[in-house]
Design a protein around this ligand. Structure first.
Ligand SMILES: *Cc1c(COP(=O)(O)O)cnc(C)c1O
Length: 441
């Protein structure tokens, strides 16, 4: 049951104590930076347990969870079918370092549901999947350069931690210390949704480009869609220059639709398919599991068949694959995405109406169970526009919602997630909580 939220200061003693303890031994007190609340300030909530659409922090406060582990928990926390599958798998052994039937089953399931994939390899994180996909694209094409877009996140492999340099003829700059400039010298960074800049980039470098990697609906700069004409041009230019089009669907795969964002674009662009795809998050259902895949011709370049090396001690882990399989099976029940999409839209439209009623500029967008919103009159189309939005206003909104038990992503450049466990009542509570805040501005 909901706990009373009296005062944000006095009720968070145990979260604060844990954060202090954590900071002594773990850099920043967290094992992944966004969890530290650095963008919004304040004390991170240490989660004690979660069930359905909620989690409870170390002080026993309940939150409506709009992060869902950054996407994987699409069924909500503790779904009975998933728990049962994981418990059964656990008793049979945690890891063997030898192949299992469940890996084959999961590969069959993924390939059946995502039509562009003919073969897949399972790995343990999205970072690993994206990094391996790029190595494979380079190995398969014999080319070195890669194109990425400003604001798209593909995990933390060195060659991908890069922002735009001073022009397209020059190369990008590392966004992290510890990444030598030589390591990103083959990474070209283009503005998202900028067709002319992309054409110019291909005209200059196209014959040396191994692949173009894109988040088709970008969830790492809040929520920004690649426009249909832009996506069409990405496809045409890759085909024209012999580069591989790689969809990073770590976030969008099985989240925005059963066939991923590629199935959404295929509705507007007949016959549309990427050459390779990267998956993660939902396919593990909350366990460490990710994958990359593509056409047979490309995937057969991978060791032990081909010359491109890639490996992993825990890859295709038997407990993780059980969790992923059970999750994917639930998603295929009739009407799953219709219901999820409708619920997510009702949150975004409710928040928008509440803000507008109070005269607060607000807009949002969603696809399936993934959403984003901005305290702005219109949706931004690229990274610079997202970063120019009013972050103090977002931070006030974030903390006001958090204090009332509604947990959104603790940074304005992150997307949000609704699960099948979020009820109409949860959405209504979230909207009325926001309405009170907007009315008080
Ligand atoms: C989360 C994410 C990754 C990285 O996945 P990890 O499992 O955190 O390594 C890569 N690409 C996208 C689009 C993501 O959202």
């Amino acid at each position: 049951m909901a706990q009373p939220n009296i005062s944000p200061v006095s009720t968070h003693t145990r979260n604060e104590a844990l954060f202090e303890r954590a900071k002594k031994l773990i850099p920043g007190g967290v094992n992944s930076p966004v969890r530290a609340f650095k963008a919004v300030g304040g004390t991170p909530r240490f989660v004690q347990r979660a069930q359905g659409a909620y989690f409870w922090d170390a002080d026993g406060t309940r939150y409506i969870d709009y992060i869902g582990s950054w996407g994987p928990m699409i069924l909500g926390h503790g779904h009975p079918a998933v728990i049962e599958a994981v418990q059964k798998a656990m008793l049979e052994g945690f890891s063997y370092g030898a192949p299992t039937e469940r890996e084959v089953e999961l590969a069959e399931e993924i390939v059946r549901l995502v039509p562009s994939l003919e073969m897949v390899r399972l790995v343990s994180s999205g970072t690993e999947a994206a990094m391996s996909a790029i190595r494979l694209a380079r190995g398969a094409t014999g080319r070195s350069k890669i194109i990425k877009f400003e604001g798209c996140y593909h995990g933390h492999a060195d060659a991908l931690l890069v922002k735009a340099g001073s022009g397209l003829a020059t190369f990008g700059n590392p966004t992290s210390a510890g990444v030598p400039p030589e390591v990103v010298q083959h990474t070209l960074v283009v503005e998202y949704n900028h067709i002319r800049q992309l054409e110019e980039c291909f005209a200059l470098h196209g014959k040396e480009v191994a692949c173009l990697m894109i988040e088709p609906i970008c969830g790492n700069m809040n929520f920004v869609r690649a426009s249909v004409p832009f996506m069409q041009r990405c496809r045409e230019l890759c085909t024209q220059y012999g580069a591989l089009l790689i969809f990073d669907e770590v976030m969008t795969g099985f989240r925005v639709a059963l066939g991923g964002a590629q199935s959404v674009y295929a509705k507007s662009i007949p016959g549309f398919k990427p050459d390779m795809s990267v998956l993660g998050k939902v396919i593990g259902g909350g366990m460490p599991l990710a994958a990359f895949g593509g056409t047979r011709a490309v995937m057969e370049q991978l060791a032990p068949m081909g010359p491109v090396y890639q490996a992993g001690t825990l890859s295709g882990n038997p407990v993780a694959t059980a969790c992923g399989l059970a999750t994917l099976r639930e998603l295929q029940k009739p009407g799953f995405y219709d219901a999820l999409g409708a619920r997510t839209r009702s949150l975004v439209s409710g928040l928008t109406a509440a803000a507008h009623k109070a005269g607060v500029p607000f807009c949002g967008d969603s696809e399936g169970g993934m959403f984003g919103f901005f305290l702005l009159g219109q949706l931004p189309q690229n990274y610079a526009a997202v970063m120019a939005t009013n972050s103090p206003a977002f931070n006030r909104f974030f903390h006001a919602m958090l204090d009332k038990g509604v947990y959104y992503a603790p940074a304005l450049y992150e997307a949000g997630f609704v699960s099948a466990a979020h009820s109409a009542q949860d959405i209504e509570t979230s909207v009325s909580t926001a309405a009170e805040f907007f009315a008080g501005l």
